[in-house]
Ligand binder design. Sequence first.
Ligand code: NAD
Length: 348
Amino acid sequence: MLPGDGIGPEVTAAGTKMLAAVAARSGHNFTFSAQLIGGAAIDATGEPLPQDTIDSCRESDAVILGAVGGPRWSDPNAATRPEQGILALRAALQVFANIRPVQIFPELADASPLKNELLEGVDLVVIRELTGGIYFGEKNRDAHSASDLCIYHDYEVERIVRFAARLAAERSGKLCSVDKANVLESSRLWRDVTVKLMADEFPDIELEHMLVDAAAMHLIRRPADFDVIVTENMFGDILTDEASMLAGSMGMLPSASLGDSGPGLYEPIHGSAPDIAGQGIANPCGMLASIAMLLRHSLKLEEEAHAVEQAIQTVICDGARTADIATGGVTPLNTEQMTDRIVAALPA
Ligand code: NAD
């Protein structure tokens, strides 16, 4: 468990509570160990990802991350920043595939800034490449200029596109690859590798290419037309924040990050939300849905995963809301109350 900063510890506590409830319900025994990451780790050790944390993660079956960052550590000229902890963790665990499902609860349509009719039938998954691209390329800075290298190798594109294509085969048989091949050389490599791999290994999957600027527009113009999207690191980061608005709030969406082996990393897609940190009002649903992904992907407990998802759905359908998704004069629940409602709704 890596609670991190801001609302990270608040939503991580909700995740632990849910896992304890699942253990009691289904006769499992989960063992947790809490470790430092992000600003909390910088304060305690001077480093955003101490070696003890990496070692503990590697010894675990799965890693749960709250969020990192906050104004206290956001001096752009600081030697270390909390966000470096997350990037280093993803690299250390080699979790190259980030799965971000975007499912819509019709009951939350009013919490989304989009028109209700656009949200009908939205059920998409973004597969974001997580350990390459511009976030990991060489960085340079002098007095008057700065650069960030965006580099991709063919094997990095192959493994993430293969991962996405397998998912597409289980779903609608359609895959949309998002790039910027009209401008970026790294995107032209991405597209070439994708075309070849899909022709060689997945000839039956319908492959569409979309430029990232067009994808940003279509995601809010016709979101229901998307199914599985695969894209590089930074485009995936931006598009999934945009897509979170379809679901009504950043606080609703989960993610799982997986590699070829080793522990999976599970975290809600939101950040540390300094504007509401410490108030106990964060929406725990993204974390609880991440717990469901953990049960499914790392522990292979599909029935338990489904039970958690069903509990979230039941409580949302019953009208329970945290402040970020409360509309129409509903009195919002705090994090603990919402978590308790969802835990209590676990099917027997
Ligand atoms: P953010 O996701 O923290 O917050 C954006 C907005 O969404 C805020 O208004 C916040 O209150 C709201 N929000 C987010 N999660 C919520 C929840 N669970 N319930 C209710 N409302 C929620 O993004 P930001 O403000 O751009 O970034 C804040 C800090 O988080 C920065 O330091 C940033 O670097 C860091 N960050 C960390 C991660 C991560 O740890 N994976 C991801 C993104 C941003």
